[in-house]
Design a protein around this ligand. Sequence first.
Ligand SMILES: Cc1cc2nc3c(=O)[nH]c(=O)nc-3n(C[C@H](O)[C@H](O)[C@H](O)COP(=O)(O)O)c2cc1C
Length: 330
Amino acid sequence: MPNLPDALSGLRLPMIGSPLFIISRPELVIAQCKAGIVGCFPALNAREKDGQSLEAWLVQIKEALDRHNQANPDKPAAPYAVNQIVHRSNTRLERDVEICMQHEVPVWVTSLGARPEVYDAAHAGGGVVLHDIINNKFAHKAIDKGADGLVAVAAGAGGHAGALSPMALIQEIRSWYDGPLYLSGAIAKGDSLLAALAMGADGGYMGSAFIATHEANAVDGYKRMIAEHAADDIVYTNLFTGVLGNYLKPSITAAGMDPDDLEESDPTAMNFGDEGEKTKSWKDIWGAGQGIGAVTDVVSVEELVNRVEREFNNARKRLNQQLLPFELKG
Ligand SMILES: Cc1cc2nc3c(=O)[nH]c(=O)nc-3n(C[C@H](O)[C@H](O)[C@H](O)COP(=O)(O)O)c2cc1C
């Protein structure tokens, strides 16, 4: 792909394992990178008050990937990424950015605020920055302020999701932007990953399917709920964090609420501080995107990536056959 920076080129599959609050920790990220796709975790997941240090996590990931690369020179790991929540309630941002810059994090994903000083810090450490957006207006803003690429979060994504069809979102962004562009939202199958490329994205950003893996930091009930449910069991609400997102209805029912009769929340309730009440909500109410119908079992990351690769290749073959009657002109 000519428009991709080196860090995102030559991967086994054009895919990023997206950052998942609480769930993505070094074990998951290392497994994703070893499986040949970019693994990403939110810096906020390294909760110092629980004895987790961001710096220690970065060293752990780098050492594990170096060891893997020395032992497997013909199958090197994909680079890792760190997600920074750029929101005024994130009081750790400045310090986390400094640590990531010093450790030369190769890929940064920023969410909820386009800030040039964060992009500058990423670049100073040799990193590339993708900024996640839910509409074309925010996409323009992020690129104007210096992001190197975009993650378009469409309808159906797990966690904080957009409301736009992926077709509309990618089409509008591609009308003016030819840089790195990843599609987020309900991609849980190789066929959908191929569809993202057909629409004009450079790759897929897959989250919920990774919750149902052995390496994810989630309780077994959550993993099983992903494997046993589908799109009809997902509700789109802003009640839990102040921002619209997708959640598993059975987890809401288990918390004593009616998922089909939820109140609206106030967006100023958003809080990404270390002590945020919202953290508790994320633990009790489980986020997931509409694509989980493709997930039927709890497996290892390697098995999941193998499945997606098989499906991606089979979909390519099928598509080639389907396209045969349509002569390529020009
Ligand atoms: C439980 C959960 C937690 C999430 N936490 C974050 C986060 O901390 N930062 C972020 O940028 N995106 C977060 N997301 C959004 C994902 O990175 C990504 O956009 C989404 O999972 C893609 O859609 P999919 O789940 O349908 O694959 C989260 C999603 C889920 C399901």
